[in-house]
Design a protein around this ligand. Sequence first.
Ligand SMILES: [Zn+2]
Length: 226
Amino acid sequence: MLERLKKEVFEGNLQLVQEKLVILTWGNVSGIDREHNVVVIKPSGVPYHKLKVRDMVVVDMEGQIVEGDLKPSVDLPIHLAIYKNISYANAVVHTHSHFATCWAQARTPIPCLGTTHADYFFGDIPLTELPNIEDYEQSIGEKIVQCIIKNGERKCRAVLVPGHGPFVWGENVENAVETAFVLEKLAEMAYHTIMISNGNLEVLEEKYIRKHYERKWGNEAYYGQK
Ligand SMILES: [Zn+2]
């Protein structure tokens, strides 16, 4: 079942490697079939170079395996929490990409310093609260959802989990992987901007953030071709 979604999720996972967003087994991509309420996700602990389409695991919304021989990613509860709470999220991507992870480790939101950032995200990339250790993955999911709701569901498309790394989502796998790639570039640019400004950092004024975000994603967006 779901051969097309399995292929998309498989290719999304490989794309993380191609874009240098992950190494070894550091990350995962999933996609949801909203009609059948099932999620396709990378298996746990399988290196990307050994990954095959048939290794993709199909699970229901409670995390029970519907199809597949391997265990799903341990981060599955985090992906499920996002799908259950964010109606437009049809794909979730988690990486430990270098710069975004450094910001997460520094427990610092990524500030919106320029229009490249504002073209994709409305304001800073927020930091979630620290998760509980007892129900760890479920708690990460809850903290992410709380953070999304606090920052506005439609405007928050990526978060940093403190001490851990970024989680992003999108309308489809391709879009979510692109967002993860953009996030990493913005994290790198923000770091270098702060270095260059040497203590005299100015964040981008709200009017420019709004303009750039709204012209691409707002109700009256005019960026791109009709
Ligand atoms: Zn991780």
